[in-house]
Ligand binder design. Structure first.
Ligand SMILES: C[S@@+](CC[C@H](N)C(=O)[O-])C[C@H]1O[C@@H](n2cnc3c(N)ncnc32)[C@H](O)[C@@H]1O
Length: 254
C-alpha cells in the first residue's frame, strides 16, 4: 500500500517562540521543528509515496517530528555527511531512533549529498532537506547535489527544501544574514529549472525563535561564530538577543 498523509487541521503558519533562558532552549527548538514538520507535511499534501530521502538530516531535528506525521509504511533514508562541526550528528539520530523504536522506518546513511551512496536511480518518491542548501554555498556544490536528487527521484517525484531566508526577521539582525547568507528562491528557481525540475513554488514559514543572550551566544557558536564575532556584537546580543530569520521553502517536481 502506498503512503498518504492524513489530512489534519491546518496549523497557523506563524508563531514567535521564546527561549529567553537556557532552560527554555530545548523546548523551543522542539516546538519550532514540530511546526516546521507540519509545514513540510502540508506541502507534501495528498501525494502518494513510499520512500522519502532526507538530505542533511543532521541529528534528526526535522526527521523525528516529520516521521510522526508520515504513514507508518513509509521508509525514510536519512543521509548526512556528519563531519566537521556536525561530526557525530548521524549517530545521535540513530540513538534517538532506537529510543523511539523507529529504527525500522529509517535508514541513516553517512554520505555526501553530492554523491549519494547506496541509493539507486529513480527509487525515491520525495526528497526533503532543511538547512542543507546553505551548506552548499558554491554553485558547483549545489549543482552536484541537485544532479543527485534528480537521479534518485522517480519521474514525477517531489522535492522540497527549507532554508533560513536572506531577510532578517527583525532589522537590527542583518548581521546574521551577512554572515550566514543563503540561496534566494530566485537563484534556486533558475538552478533547479536548469537541472530539469518544474512546477516550482515557494512558501514561507513565518515562525521564529527569539533567543535571550545566553541562548543567542550558544546558537551562534554552533553556527561557527568566532569569539571575535561574539565580542564585537556582545552589546547588541545582551540588549536584543537574536531572532531566527523566516524560512523560505522551495518545492518542485521531477
Ligand atoms: C545546519 S545543519 C541542518 C540539520 C537539520 N537538517 C536541521 O534542519 O536542523 C546542516 C546539516 O547538513 C549536513 N551537510 C552539510 N553538507 C552536506 C553534504 N554535502 N552532504 C550531506 N550532508 C551535508 C551537515 O552535516 C548537517 O548535519
Amino acid at each position: 500500500m502506498r503512503g498518504q498523509l492524513e489530512k489534519g487541521l491546518p496549523e497557523p503558519s506563524e508563531e514567535k517562540i521564546f527561549a529567553s533562558r537556557p532552560s527554555e532552549l530545548s523546548k523551543a527548538w522542539t516546538r519550532y521543528y514540530d511546526r516546521l514538520a507540519a509545514h513540510f507535511a502540508e506541502r507534501i499534501g495528498r501525494r502518494r509515496f513510499n520512500v522519502i530521502l532526507e538530505a542533511g538530516c543532521g541529528k534528526g531535528q526535522l526527521t523525528m517530528p516529520l516521521l510522526r506525521r508520515l504513514p507508518r509504511n513509509v521508509k525514510l533514508f536519512a543521509i548526512d555527511s556528519s563531519k566537521g562541526p556536525y561530526a557525530g550528528w548521524l549517530k545521535e539520530l540513530s540513538q534517538k531512533l532506537q529510543t523511539a523504536r523507529l529504527e525500522n522506518r529509517v535508514q541513516p546513511i553517512k554520505s555526501d549529498a553530492r554523491r549519494i551512496r547506496g541509493i539507486e536511480d529513480e527509487c525515491v518518491d520525495i526528497v526533503v532537506s532543511n538547512e542543507l542548501l546553505c551548506d552548499l554555498p558554491l554553485h558547483s556544490q549545489l549543482e552536484k547535489a541537485l544532479t543527485e536528487f534528480y537521479r534518485i527521484l522517480r519521474p514525477g517525484g517531489f522535492m522540497i527544501h527549507g532554508e533560513w531566508s536572506s531577510s532578517p526577521a527583525v532589522e537590527p539582525q542583518a548581521f546574521l544574514i551577512k554572515h550566514w547568507p543563503s540561496w534566494t528562491p530566485d537563484q534556486l528557481f533558475s538552478i533547479m529549472r536548469k537541472k530539469g525540475f518544474h512546477e516550482f513554488q515557494v512558501t514561507y514559514f513565518g515562525s521564529t525563535i527569539h533567543f535571550g543572550y545566553e541562548n543567542a551566544v550558544e546558537v551562534l557558536q554552533t553556527w561557527g561564530a568566532t569569539e571575535t564575532f561574539l565580542k564585537h556584537h556582545d552589546k547588541m546580543l545582551r540588549r536584543e538577543g537574536i531572532e531566527l530569520p523566516y524560512e523560505h521553502i522551495v518545492q518542485c517536481e521531477k
